[in-house]
Write a protein that binds this ligand. Structure first.
Ligand SMILES: [Zn+2]
Length: 368
């Protein structure tokens, strides 16, 4: 015989059980919804990164991971970069650097790069830059040498605006230009060769050309070195020391690799500041700190400089000289290098999108 209070209790228990079941059902529905959202999100994240079509504005940014290049110092971590660099230049940079990484560490001392050749065309790189002497009276008033000014050698995917378009030569175009130079009897020469020709009258090849690359982008090891190394042609890379290892910029390991391959490394200040706008103290700091950073990292003298944005005046030219640089380049146009203007030398600009015939015409004019 059930008492009314028992029946009430039982109903309460049934109601409670029902609420419990409802709560459980709602929880499952919630979990299901969360799972759907998670799967959809993962799809959005993973999906597009595989399809090259959706690469444009995002991928250069993805290059961010290029920073990981810093880790290259160890040599092994270099591999991680593969993802980062893809956005910028299409893979290989860091994979390759990773391999050389181990050797790179050894070259910190600067004297042997562990098996990497320190000479180019039979000239010892260190000896070359250690024994440079300014003559009491320069042997030649001037030499005619087109000094080509490049910035980026990278795929069109790295171009973000009209400025970067003008500064970016594609790897294919770069190969064509170098092949044209080679085919037309040009020989690339080093900074020391230019300096010694001016100061001491040493001979230059029949059609000398100097290749310079401003700002220190990863393109140096990725797109430039592979083209020049087989020809044993040197080039000069002007480095912004405060940006070494940053996204899209060379790491120390890559710099050492270029140095060991016989390339010239020069300074482009610490932070790409225009020299005429600085106080004299700041100017000296920008010039000496960048130079000593490079010298410490590479283990030998660094005597070449390039003015950020090409900005120079008499005061900054004197400061460049006082800071110990032997040759310094502007963005002024020309190919006559005067020994009384060693620290304000002109160059020949190579622009992005320039046709091969226009390149050929400017070379012919510059060598005439
Ligand atoms: Zn620059």
């Amino acid at each position: 015989m059930a008492r009314p209070e028992d029946i009430r209790d039982q109903r309460r228990r049934e109601a409670a059980a029902q609420r419990q079941r409802d709560r459980q059902r709602n929880m499952w529905i919630m979990l299901g919804a969360v799972a759907v959202v998670v799967i959809a999100f993962a799809w959005v994240l993973i999906g597009p990164s595989d399809s090259p079509s959706s690469a444009p504005a995002t991928s250069p940014t993805v290059g961010t991971t290029g920073t990981t290049g810093t880790t290259d110092t160890t040599g092994t971590t270099g591999t991680t970069d593969t993802t980062g660099t893809t956005g910028l230049l299409g893979t290989d940079t860091t994979g390759t650097t990773g391999t050389t990484g181990t050797t790179g560490t050894t070259s910190t001392t600067g004297d042997n790069g562990a098996g990497l050749s320190r000479s180019i065309a039979g000239v010892d790189v260190h000896a070359r830059d250690r024994h440079l002497v300014v003559a009491a009276k320069p042997a030649r008033a001037q030499v005619r040498v087109p000094v080509l000014m490049y910035h980026r050698v990278a795929s069109a995917a790295t171009v973000t605006n009209s400025t970067s378009y003008g500064l970016t030569v594609t790897p294919a175009t770069f190969r064509q230009q170098i092949a044209w130079l080679k085919g037309h009897g040009y020989t690339a020469v080093s900074q020391a060769e230019v300096f010694n020709a001016m100061e001491h009258g040493t001979r230059l090849p029949a059609k000398p050309v100097v290749l310079t690359f401003d700002d220190g982008y990863v393109d140096a090891t990725d797109a430039v070195l592979p083209v020049l190394a087989p020809l044993k042609w040197p080039a000069t890379f002007f480095i912004i020391t405060g940006r070494i290892g940053e996204r899209a910029f060379l790491t120390w390991n890559q710099l050492k690799r270029l140095d060991a391959a016989g390339m010239d490394i020069g300074s482009h200040t610490v932070a790409h500041t225009e020299l005429p706008s600085l106080s004299s103290r700041q100017r000296t700091e920008a010039l000496t700190a960048s130079r000593s950073t490079l010298e410490k990292g590479l283990g030998h003298p660094v005597r070449w400089f390039c003015y950020p944005v090409g900005r120079h005046d008499a005061t900054s030219a004197n400061a460049v000289d006082a800071a110990g640089y032997l040759l310094a380049y502007t963005t002024d146009a020309g190919s006559t290098l005067r020994s009384d203007q060693r620290t304000v030398l002109p160059r020949v600009r190579v622009s992005g999108g320039q046709s091969l015939s226009s390149f050929a015409a400017s070379m012919t004019a510059a060598s005439a």
